[in-house]
Design a protein around this ligand. Structure first.
Ligand code: G3I
Length: 355
């Protein structure tokens, strides 16, 4: 791989790996040049991050997001849990704020997520309508949300996490009960396309790198949607992974997802240190492996044809903002440290994107 300037992969990853092995948690960010090129300036595709409206009140974080990313995913405020009120009305204050930030900074918006088994607001649960009435409410929600951000939204996670946890079959939900296992999914894609003729309509899920059965079921669902004529036009792989994931699993997963020919979205990437199964690994070894996982993911994504590289989204830029750090203060899953300094993972991404 030809050296590509100051941050050739070999130079960067090698030195970062060496330093991170020394075990000092912050040494990583001290070893990486603070003037590392912003991710969005070196990647030949959009770089995303998740965000909450309150993050935009933090000038340092808002500046980091604007410098590094050109696509935003609302971490939770474009989900039913935020939008649908108990009386069935919709609130859009926070999502509109996120959309306004994206628009002001020339970013794309990734709508996350329209239909999710994990969220069935009271207003929907209370609906005692017959199937037609329920379908109308379901469609009206999708139409209202997607039309609101048409022109700014580059894509939608139309359905999130449809495959069962163990990979055998699909999840049950209020949506599947009321509208049918497959029908509720197909209806969601048709309705989203009706609301926005342009946006990429994605199917998004997690553990597709860890669970071969789940990946196979996910791909079968995608194939069934395509065969039915549903306007599925992209696949999202969340990638909430641990630092000790076996090398090669990520590469295999991305290759298999790409076999359908659809654009691929690495949609929620973070690499946990504390969720690693191997509890015998030192902090330094975990950090070394974390850097290698970011490198493998970026290289596998770069190996896709350009038309299949939808976007590469990090589930939070700084360690302190991550849902994982809220779960375990000892975690440091992101590619920027709490001060917003690039870590070895960021250098590994830059090296891979520039290759
Ligand atoms: O900020 C409010 C706070 O004001 C309020 O007091 C508190 C209690 O109601 O809620 C806080 O909001 C919480 C929000 O996270 C911010 O912390 C929401 O309740 C909580 O539901 C929300 O959790 C999000 C979760 O999805 C559920 O929507 C996480 O931030 C978000 O990281 C997580 O993201 C998911 C993806 O959507 C799908 N893939 C897995 C991923 C991680 O679980």
């Amino acid at each position: 791989m030809a050296a590509s300037g100051l941050y050739s992969r070999r130079a960067v990853v090698g030195s970062a790996l060496a330093l991170s092995a020394c075990g000092a948690k912050d040494a990583q960010s001290q070893s990486v040049p603070a003037d590392l090129p912003p991710l969005k300036t070196v990647a030949p595709f959009r770089i995303g991050t998740c965000v909450q409206a309150l993050h935009l009140d933090d000038p340092a974080l808002a500046a980091l997001i604007a410098r590094q990313a050109n696509q935003l995913t609302a971490e939770w405020q474009m989900k039913m849990e935020y939008i649908v009120q108990p009386d069935g009305s919709f609130r859009f204050d926070a999502p509109d704020r996120i959309a306004a930030f994206a628009r002001a900074h020339g970013m794309g918006l990734l709508g996350h997520t329209l239909i999710w088994y994990a969220q069935a607001p009271e207003a929907f649960q209370r609906l005692d309508e017959n199937r037609i009435g329920f379908a109308d409410a379901y469609r009206n929600y999708i139409l209202a949300v997607v039309e609101r951000y048409r022109g700014l939204a580059v894509g939608w996670d139309v359905v999130n996490e449809a495959v069962a946890e163990d990979g055998n079959g699909w999840r049950g939900s209020l949506w599947s009960e009321r509208l049918g296992d497959f029908e509720h999914i197909a209806l969601a894609y048709r309705t989203a396309r009706e609301a926005d003729p342009q946006a990429t309509l994605l199917l998004n899920d997690y553990n597709l790198e860890y669970n071969d059965t789940k990946r196979a079921t996910f791909l079968k669902l995608a194939e069934r949607l395509l065969a039915s004529g549903a306007p599925l036009t992209g696949l999202g792989t969340q990638m909430h992974v641990a630092a000790d994931i076996a090398p090669g699993k990520i590469t295999r997963m991305i290759r298999e997802l790409a076999s359908l020919g659809l654009p691929i979205h690495v949609s929620e990437l973070d690499v946990s240190l504390t969720r690693s199964e191997n509890k015998l690994l030192s902090r330094g070894e975990l950090l070394r492996r974390q850097t290698a996982v970011y490198a493998e993911t970026a290289e596998a994504f770069m190996a896709l044809p350009q038309r299949q590289r939808f976007a590469f989204t990090l589930w939070g830029l700084r360690d302190r903002d991550s849902w994982l750090t809220a779960e375990n203060a000892g975690d440091a899953p992101a590619v920027f440290d709490n001060a917003g300094r690039p870590k070895a993972g960021a250098a590994a991404l830059v090296a891979a994107f520039r290759a």
